[in-house]
Design a protein around this ligand. Sequence first.
Ligand code: FES
Ligand code: FES
Length: 158
Amino acid sequence: MSRTTPIRLTVNGVPRRVAAEPQHTLLDLLRDDLGLTGTKECCLEGECGACTVSLDGRIVDACLVLAPEADGAEVTTIEGVAADGSLTPLQQSFLDCGAVQCGYCTPGQVMAARDLLARIPHPSVSQIQEAMAGNLCRCGCYRQITEAVVAASAAADR
Ligand code: FES
Ligand code: FES
């Protein structure tokens, strides 16, 4: 018999209550309990960054966070980034720069880049590469992803 753990958290500004299996991860909670499938499931080992979300203001691999650890937390997922339904300049830059091929890594890439630009509005190429190193892209769009972050940084000045 499994015992669930009651969890209260705020996801994309909305208070949510979930009865989670204690061994479930934040990724399970988001995708399976809340239906927020924009956050992707891939390696489940903290290696690929596909599951990147913001947890209390810092980005984490949701596959490495147990659901009960998110009790009381503020979580932002890719669904919460374009809150009014319009793409953010960063998301538009990903499209404009051809940084989206299959798109599987894109939500995690956007979350990581968003975090970087919040901390460093005008990052150098090496700072971008360092900040994005935990987000793998099997389509090999690394150059375009870097260009997208540079373009978004420049767009913020206009
Ligand atoms: S699925 Fe979480 S880091 Fe790969
Ligand atoms: S766009 Fe396909 S994995 Fe990155």
